[in-house]
Design a protein around this ligand. Structure first.
Ligand code: ZN
Length: 61
């Protein structure tokens, strides 16, 4: 199957310190179909020096 326009690149921003620590891709088609909103994931934050909740952002720095 062709993967065309299904995935978009998003940044992951720490909710606490607002620093963009990760860049990932997200499957827009699947996520929208499931009715989920913004992607949220727990990841290591270098600024906070602990695992923090990261939120997706389309504004890449
Ligand atoms: Zn942080």
């Amino acid at each position: 199957m062709a993967k065309k326009g299904a995935r978009e690149i998003v940044g992951l921003v720490c909710k606490t310190c607002k620093s963009q620590n990760y860049v990932t891709t997200r499957n827009k088609v699947n996520m929208d179909a499931k009715g989920k909103g913004k992607l949220q994931i727990k990841k290591w934050c270098r600024q906070c020096r602990k695992v923090q909740l990261h939120k997706e952002t389309t504004k890449l720095k």
